[in-house]
Design a protein around this ligand. Structure first.
Ligand code: CMC
Length: 396
């Protein structure tokens, strides 16, 4: 078989066919099942959007009520999962905790038939339901507190904020959070979704599919960028420091976090919506000076990066919103994962419906027919540096 042209990062290479979401990166358009993201954010909520993504169309009133009931009913987590969380180091990253718990869930809820629609529905509702509970439970337990059980009378976003703070959130705060979840719910074949597809194609269960995806989302070039944005804004510190910071980064060829996208060559439409939401929140709950730094950074960065099509992405303003909602920085990416669960499950279901194992090829750049060198004749190369360093470490 002829080997095609190698594209680093598979840029522009279609990995699947999908009718779940669509991006026009030149015009800044994002649609879920054909519906523009702006329209969904205006009229829908996260659970309805999740249903739309996973099951292909907006639910009827009855389907919606059933789905909300089924998700609400599954919010609690088993005490064994709680006990497991108790053993995690408090300093561990919540993404690692979430990934471990989702892997463990698979042991409690085996799926005997991956193609049974009732079991697919059940697993989807369960994963959407339990992700927020796991994140909130880990957050409280790492501080030495008992977890706050979910409250069935609260809707999905309000319940998560309640479980984090043991306080019913202001309705505006809950609505803004709900829109954030919608904005992060799906985004075509990004790195974590691609990882989910590859894992799904082996016909493993959805808990394993999500475990893979969560791990992939955690990196700073993907979901972890929102956390890095807040660190960056803190490092910049003042409006006056924006320009020198930018110049230094550009000179050193370092990335500005929350900027750039493989597909969007204009400002990410989600960043525009988040920016508007941030203003609403600040009007109500007080200003955040980091927002001024962010605005100045966006303004100045145009001069340096605009010609390259590098503009703010979804991660640029989301952290500022979460900060105003009182959410700790290291929970930003887990929240991204809570939302993206909808998209991952939609792609899992779509992959199962027409599955073929992912097995790409490679362009081999190594040697051939290399003779085996006896140990006494081997010369050390830099490849062994890590081994030497580890061997001299005192860690067990
Ligand atoms: N700041 C400065 N320069 C950048 C940036 C940035 N944020 N992003 C890309 N560039 C430059 C890069 O230096 C390179 O320049 P040159 O051609 O002169 O070497 C050029 O643009 C292409 O960069 P790339 O990294 O090859 O492009 P990519 O398509 O792989 O980039 C990206 C996509 C998201 C990895 C990248 O823009 C980036 O690292 N951004 C910062 C991290 C970030 O905000 N990630 C969140 C992405 S959106 C949400 C999500 O998917 O999770």
């Amino acid at each position: 078989m002829a080997v095609g042209e190698y594209k680093p990062g598979l840029e522009g290479v279609p990995a699947t066919q999908s009718n779940i979401s669509y991006i026009d990166g030149q015009q800044g358009i994002l649609e879920y099942r054909g519906i523009r993201i702006e329209e969904l954010c205006q009229h829908s909520n996260f659970l309805e959007t999740a249903y739309l993504l996973i099951f292909g169309e907006l639910p009827t009133a009855e389907q919606y009520a059933t789905f909300v009931r089924d998700v609400t009913y599954r919010r609690r987590i088993k005490y064994r999962i709680r006990d497991m969380i108790k053993c995690f180091p408090e300093s561990g990253h919540p993404m690692d905790a979430l990934q471990s718990c989702i892997a463990a869930l698979g042991m409690f809820y085996p799926l005997p038939d991956l193609h049974d629609p009732a079991l697919i529905y059940d697993a989807s509702a369960r994963l959407i339901a339990k992700m927020p509970t796991i994140v909130a439970t880990f957050h409280l337990m790492r501080q030495g507190n008992d977890p706050v059980p979910p409250r069935d009378d609260l809707d999905y976003p309000a319940n998560f904020l309640y479980m984090l703070n043991e306080k019913e959130p202001d309705p505006l705060a809950a609505r803004v959070f709900d829109v954030c979840l919608m904005l992060h719910a799906e985004h075509t074949v990004n790195a974590s979704t691609f990882c989910a597809l590859v894992t799904a194609s082996t016909l493993t269960d959805p808990y394993t599919v999500l475990t893979s995806a969560i791990g992939t989302l955690s990196g700073p070039l993907h979901g972890g960028a929102n956390e890095q944005v807040m660190k960056m804004l803190a490092e910049i510190g003042t409006i006056e420091n924006v320009r020198p910071y930018l110049e230094r980064k550009i000179k050193n060829k370092e990335k500005i976090m929350g900027f750039g996208h493989r597909v969007y060559k204009v400002k990410d439409p989600r960043a525009t919506i988040l920016q508007e939401l941030a203003i609403k929140l600040f009007d109500r709950f007080g200003h955040d000076r980091y927002f001024d730094i962010a605005l100045e950074l966006e303004h100045q960065a145009k001069e340096y990066l605009g010609d390259k099509g590098i503009f703010p992405n979804v991660d640029f303003y989301s952290g500022l919103i979460y900060r105003k909602l009182g959410i700790p920085t290291d929970l930003f990416t887990p929240i991204f994962a809570i939302a993206r669960t909808a998209g991952w499950l939609a792609h899992w279901k779509e992959q199962l419906a027409d599955n073929r194992l992912f097995r790409p090829t490679q362009v081999y750049t190594g040697l051939h027919n290399v003779p085996y060198t006896p140990m006494e004749k081997r010369v050390s190369t830099s490849a062994g540096d890590g081994v030497t360093r580890m061997a001299s470490s005192s860690l067990p």
